[in-house]
Design a protein around this ligand. Structure first.
Ligand code: SF4
Ligand code: SF4
Length: 227
């Protein structure tokens, strides 16, 4: 579902505020994409591994949160979002949208909320204040780092795409890489970190931020064919 945009090309200094009434209407009929950091935060919230979280609570190979048969996010409960402290970035910012291009340039859009939304826009503060209020900093850093890795992976796949002159083993390697990428295997932070640490006989860190650093290292090694 594409959400209509009211205004776009806004920077962090742009006047913006939004008072949410927590009615949960925006947790319906949406597609909530999650990166490995968001998955790890949600998994930690629920006390499960990212492997289990992906299996139980996501669709599309771990890239999107599961919605139920009524098209409602599985985390929407009677009191609102049941994982509020660890909700994904898009949920934190809505109805503000954040965009980043391959060059790392950032801009924001004011989205058109659903007709039933009881929240109220204002101009009393700036987008930067709103980001702080929503605890978005760690999520934006994580989103940007995984976005950069995603671009690297996609470019690596293009570069190594088989051509008429490629040998059989190169084609096989490329198929393995594409299959791993397409299956969403790279999204499972706990699985990657566990393997990385076991092979190096180092302890698995507990904080999600530290796990993410190791996950990045593991992904870079995988991209460059060393893992
Ligand atoms: S629909 Fe509007 S008021 Fe309701 S939870 Fe979403 S943003 Fe808040
Ligand atoms: S994670 Fe929470 S805020 Fe986000 S769509 Fe689901 S219930 Fe709504």
């Amino acid at each position: 579902m594409t959400i209509p945009i009211r205004r776009t090309s806004l920077d962090r200094e742009h006047p913006f505020s939004f008072a949410c009434r927590c009615c949960g209407q925006c947790c319906r009929a949406k597609k909530i994409q999650v990166n490995p950091y968001e998955t790890a935060r949600l998994a930690r919230n629920l006390g499960v591994s990212t492997t289990e979280f992906i299996a139980r609570y996501t669709v599309e190979n771990g890239s999107c949160l599961r919605f139920d048969d009524n098209n409602i996010c599985v985390f929407l409960g009677p009191e609102g979002c049941s994982v509020h402290a660890d909700r994904p970035l898009v949920c934190r910012l809505y109805p503000l949208g954040r965009h980043v291009n391959e060059q790392g340039e950032e801009w924001f859009s004011e989205l058109e909320p659903e007709a039933e939304c009881r929240g109220a826009f204002g101009t009393g503060s700036a987008i930067a204040d709103y980001l702080e209020d929503q605890g978005a900093a760690d999520y934006m850093r994580a989103a940007d780092s995984y976005f950069a890795i995603l671009w690297t992976m996609m470019n690596a796949l293009d570069i190594s795409a088989p051509d008429d002159d490629s040998d059989e083993s190169a084609e096989s390697d490329n198929r393995d890489t594409e299959a791993f990428f397409a299956s969403g295997g790279w999204l499972d932070m706990d699985k990657s970190v566990k393997r990385y640490c076991r092979e190096r006989e180092i302890p698995i860190p507990d904080p999600v931020d530290e796990k993410m650093c190791i996950h990045h290292q593991a992904l870079h090694l995988w991209i460059h064919g060393s893992l």
